[in-house]
Write a protein that binds this ligand. Structure first.
Ligand code: 6PG
Length: 245
């Protein structure tokens, strides 16, 4: 875990790790496949990646972009994770359009849309020995209720062992969602949690220092199979932790 003073410093640290991972994957296998997160926290990170030095340093033509989750809204909706990432990052860097894979969470045929996205992952990503698509890098956030991606407390999706992508309900948010499932997230080469703000302190303590109960604390379901897991958190979010090393 890396504790830094504030969101700006967290974005800087995350940008550096992402750049390194992109360079390594592009050098070793010709491309780097990343899954972006949504919400507010990654905005500062995306803005930093869209600016120099990262704009010049990252091999954007070799980057393939997926999402960890998406809201059930059209791509031009202000709540869309795709729209946010496009406006904060993708419109400013040369990632080829056919390498940007939006999650079609607004489609009425939700199950078919989720299966189609899973097929995209399988088509474009190397497979692990046990048949899961392997992302090089996954960026995740943490909700005040300790949810991550669109894996909410007590949701059946938390116990998924077969499917890579699910359409899920989020009645408490008044919308539907689509999300990658724990097996796909956990087979990634690297997982970065970016967490900032005092409102996240209780959830972060529950995840890192609380009893192991992933059904109630979904971010605990993120345990990499053989990849690395990095927590980049600011001082406010780490304020309730007993151990901050
Ligand atoms: C989303 C996200 C979600 C997010 C957390 C934290 O679509 O909302 O992917 O999992 O990471 O809710 O959101 P904030 O950064 O806005 O606090």
């Amino acid at each position: 875990m890396l504790v830094v003073p504030d969101l700006s410093a967290a974005a800087a640290a995350a940008a550096e790790r992402i750049a390194r991972r992109c360079e390594q994957a592009a050098a070793s296998r010709g491309e780097c496949a990343i899954a972006l997160s949504g919400g507010e926290t990654p905005r500062a990170l995306y803005a930093r990646l869209a600016a120099d030095p990262f704009r010049r340093r990252i091999p954007w033509p070799r980057i393939r972009v997926f999402w960890g989750d998406e809201r059930g809204v059209p791509p031009d909706d202000p709540r869309s994770n795709y729209r946010m990432a496009r406006e904060m990052l993708l419109d400013a860097v040369p990632v080829p359009v056919d390498r940007i894979h939006r999650m079609p969470a607004e489609r009425p045929d939700r199950e078919a849309a989720a299966e189609a996205y899973a097929a995209l992952l399988r088509a474009h990503l190397p497979q692990t020995a046990d048949g899961w698509p392997r992302l090089d890098l996954v960026l995740l956030g943490l909700g005040d209720d300790a949810h991550t991606a669109s894996l909410f407390p007590h949701a059946p999706a938390l116990r998924e062992t077969r499917r890579a992508v699910l359409a899920v309900d989020a009645p408490h948010l008044g919308m539907t969602r689509m999300t990658l499932t724990p097996p796909v997230l956990n087979h990634a080469g690297e997982i970065i949690f970016l967490v900032a703000g005092p409102q996240k302190a209780r959830a972060l303590r529950a995840v890192l220092e609380g009893p192991r109960q992933p059904d109630a604390v979904p971010a605990q379901a993120i345990t990499p199979v053989d990849g690395s897991l990095v927590w980049i958190v600011d001082a406010a979010a780490s304020s309730a932790l007993t151990h901050r090393v």
